[in-house]
Design a binder for this molecule. Structure first.
Ligand code: BGC
Ligand code: NOJ
Length: 816
């Protein structure tokens, strides 16, 4: 069952009923000012940091699930009937409803008793504000006297404090209403640097800024007193819950439309003028007033929206494909690329499943997000790499997370995830392959942001690899630390009192548990770093990295191979995990993917054997589960993984992030049918028909789909902010379609399903444009035999780099 449809032409998903199984959301903003918006206008906004600069309040995990947002109310002043044109929060019956989620904008349209309303929400490029443009049309054959109310609830900036520190916060809220603009200035007394504003293009019949007055005591957003009585109270908040609401009266003749624009924005006074006007308690409006006036004009809004469209047209133009498969085209050309941009911007901070106050930017996560984003805006990838590397410690170790506003490592979780540093090598390598910009390696980057500690970025990469080499365990495999990629595999936990589920993490850094996953990742990273060292003419060093990779490969083959698949780890006591010797958790997906990505087992058939084991033991019609058999009880020596019920999350859920590793591995062993089959199983567009089971948005990947041991097998959870986005993009575009940036140039080496007869693609790469055509006899599962580049035959599969600005025709010929 579907709840909408794709409109590929407009690059939109069109939701045709408001009661989707879960809020189906979208993101506003591309750079600094961001918002989350659901299909019923729920969500919130923030400036740069969802924790520290939250503009509007949102209460997570509510009932109904999604309440609080950018709500408008319409009231028929003749009858007193009122409703929400976005359905929530009044949930009044709508005669028509449609929500179009597009690229960084959302449009919600509806009609009730002859009154149509259509609201466009977007953040203009380069601005720190959002626009709501509402068009109200009277489709009746009589005149309509209407009231339109806007509403937002302000957050007192630090979202965590806002949600907890009520004894203070019920006293601090302050607003100012000047010339119809509502300014939210809590914190302005002490800081005088930032405030929010909420403005409306029409003359106001009234306003409200105190939530309890607007709603009325003991009432919710579904029945605001001001809306019910048809008149605002002109309330001014002193403490409690500051909010913003405008009341506009509209008299519409039959067939008449009126456009009303609301602007919600964030302003920061220039540093030097923080205290201007001196001693004054009023917000400094000098800079913001012209901005507000500009964005309340319909021409500015129309132009700003057109620019946003052109921006996305240009970004997506960097890679467009035409294949025989509509789900592939739609995801590669539109939605997966878009999700990669969103994960790049948000890391794991703000979604409907990440509260914006928890995880900030992840060292591991953001490095992986780069893989799917770097071709979209390489300059921003460069900046991000330098930010991430600047949080690295001198030991090569990494804070697991950092705060976007301060760019400082976040001590909440600390360090000791021993895979973290290696992801930096993989992120930088992806950047170099895309751009060829070797200068980044010489960019000075501090350790732990300490001034004066700067060394070239290349030195950070060395330390990342050294970090693993300095931490090898009893079998010569890398120590796992607190956990590796699998946050929940905590193998250095033990019970101090036998039989008691007491867990200590004190010994984690010194714990002796080892990870085969990190071993595979090390082999991959060491080879990548060797290639980078060669580019710097450091041949001796390159040879050392290659030797280290080879040595680790040997260790994996000796201690990490279980007979038919790669083992996962050794626990604190030296027992294998992910082995036939275990009663549960005998085979894990991650090392099968990562070891093959590192090239382990490719020459001797072990890779193919590991992949057969994945197919036999882990694959389901809904994707590949993380491990089998699921843990049926909690086990102290395994940690959080066994805290999940079987089939969910890391305990044998379909952890989608890992599936593309297997797709890539299948492509590496030449199995195009297998790789593409796995790709389709979790492709959200291909799952649209089962939306009532899948439940999450059909246009983006979710982190997890419940596995075969779960009661709700096939149900997705935690959509949007997941490494699944970047890795699936890499799997389909670079390995299955085979258009793969390498240090030497662009490789075209697809591994396609047998039934395909080829495909076409346009790829921007290092300033030139490549028009690629792949021709393949149907039924063949062969590989590219040679390329024809601008009419000349080229042996091999690497297209020689072209001058910037050139358009290069590439034909890849697959022989039968
Ligand atoms: C989740 C993991 C997540 C981690 C983040 C765990 O509870 O299961 O998927 O990565 O929390 O801290
Ligand atoms: C989600 C986290 O963001 C990611 O870093 C981790 O690798 C996976 N969960 C698996 O535990």
């Amino acid at each position: 069952m579907r709840y909408g449809k794709f409109d590929d032409e407009q690059r939109e998903y069109v939701i045709d009923r408001p009661d989707t199984p879960l809020p189906w959301i979208n993101y506003l903003g591309t750079d600094e000012y961001f918002g989350i918006v659901s299909n019923t206008a729920g969500g919130y906004s923030f400036y740069r940091d969802a924790k520290l600069r939250r503009l509007t309040r949102y209460r997570y995990n509510n009932a109904p699930f999604d309440i609080g947002g950018r709500y408008l109310y319409l009231r028929d002043d003749a009858s007193g009937d009122f409703w929400s044109p976005s359905w929530q929060p009044t949930r009044s019956t709508l005669d028509e409803y449609e929500c179009r989620h597009g690229l960084s904008y959302t449009r919600i349209a509806s009609a009730r008793s002859g009154i149509r309303a259509e609201t466009l929400y977007f953040v203009p490029l380069g601005e720190t504000l959002e626009v709501w443009r509402t068009k109200v049309t009277n489709e009746r054959d009589t005149a309509a006297e209407l009231s339109l109310f806007s509403s937002v609830e302000f957050c007192l900036w630090d979202a965590q404090d806002d949600a907890t520190n009520f004894q203070r916060n019920f006293n601090t809220g302050q607003v100012e209403v000047v010339d119809g603009v509502i300014y939210h200035k809590t914190e302005y007394r002490e800081r005088r640097d930032h405030f929010a504003y909420f403005a409306c293009s029409e003359p106001l019949a009234g306003f409200d800024t105190q939530r309890e007055t607007f709603l009325g005591a003991y009432r919710g957003w579904d029945q605001p007193a001001a809306v019910e009585r048809g008149a605002a109270f002109d309330s001014v908040a002193n403490g409690w819950q500051p909010m913003g609401s405008h009341h506009v009266k509209l008299s519409l003749a039959p067939g008449e439309s009126r456009e009303v624009i609301f602007v919600l924005g964030y302003a920061e006074n220039p540093r030097a003028e923080k205290f201007d006007p001196p001693g004054s308690q009023t917000v400094n409006k000098r800079y913001v007033r012209p901005v507000i006036e500009r964005w309340l004009r319909p021409e500015t809004v129309a132009e700003g929206f057109a620019k946003l469209g052109a921006y996305w047209e240009r970004l997506l133009g960097n890679l467009q494909v035409t294949t025989p498969d509509a789900d592939t085209d739609r995801m590669v050309n539109i939605w997966n690329a878009y999700q990669c941009m969103v994960t790049f911007n948000m890391s794991r901070s703000a979604s409907f499943y990440e509260s914006g106050i928890g995880r900030g930017m992840g060292f591991r996560d953001s490095n992986q997000d780069l893989l799917g984003f770097v071709h979209i805006i390489p300059e921003r990838a460069r900046e991000r790499i330098l930010d991430i590397a600047g949080t690295q410690k001198e030991t090569g170790g990494a804070y697991h997370q950092y705060q976007p506003l301060t760019k400082r490592g976040n001590n909440d979780i600390g360090e000791g995830f021993n895979d973290d540093p290696l992801w930096l090598v993989l992120g930088v390598s992806a950047y170099l392959k895309e751009t060829g910009d070797l200068s980044i390696l010489d960019a000075p980057v501090p350790f732990d942001n300490a001034p004066g500690s700067e060394v070239p970025l290349y030195e950070h990469l060395r330390r990342s690899v050294q970090y693993t080499q300095d931490r090898l365990g009893p079998h010569g495999l890398p120590l796992i630390g607190r956990a590796d990629w699998n946050d929940c595999l905590n193998l250095n936990c033990f019970s101090e009192t036998p039989g008691e589920p007491f867990q200590t993490t004190e010994n984690v850094s010194g714990g002796s548990a080892e990870s085969v996953f990190i071993a595979g990742q090390f082999v991959l990273a060491a080879k990548e770093l060797a290639a980078i060292a060669e580019l710097r003419a450091l041949d001796g060093e390159a040879a050392e990295y290659r030797a280290a990779a080879e040595k680790m490969t040997g260790v994996i083959l000796e201690h990490g191979w279980d007979g038919a698949w790669f083992r996962r780890a050794y626990d604190f006591h030296g027992n294998p995990i992910g082995s036939g010797e275990n009663d549960e958790g005998q085979i894990f997906v991650e090392p099968q993917g990562m070891c093959v990505l590192g090239g382990v087992g490719l020459d001797d058939g072990l890779a193919a054997q590991a992949l057969r084991s994945v197919a036999d033991r882990l694959a389901t019609p809904h994707g590949i589960v993380l491990q089998q058999p699921a843990y049926t009880s909690y086990r102290i020596e395994l940690g959080e993984i066994s805290s999940y019920p079987p089939g969910y999350k890391e305990n044998a859920g379909i952890f989608c992030h890992t599936n593309p590793w297997i797709m890539i591995a299948e492509a590496m062993v030449g199995n195009g049918d297998g790789a593409f089959d796995y790709y389709k199983r979790i492709n959200p567009s291909a799952r649209e028909e089962i939306s009532e089971l899948h439940r999450c948005e059909p246009y983006v990947y979710a982190q997890m789909i419940a596995g075969k041991d779960a009661a709700t097998h096939g149900e997705a959870k935690n959509s949007w902010l997941t490494g699944t986005a970047a890795w699936n993009f890499v799997a389909i575009t670079q390995w299955i379609l085979g258009i793969r940036p390498e240090l030497a140039g662009l490789r075209v080496d697809p591994v396609l399903p047998g039934s395909w007869e080829g495909f076409r693609a346009t790829r921007a790469y290092r300033g030139a444009t490549y028009e690629i055509t792949v021709r393949k006899p149907a039924g063949s599962s062969g590989r590219v035999a040679y390329l024809i580049v601008d009419g000349e035959r080229v042996d091999g599969t690497v297209v020689p780099p072209a001058a910037a600005g050139k358009v290069v025709q590439v034909e890849a010929v697959v022989e039968g």
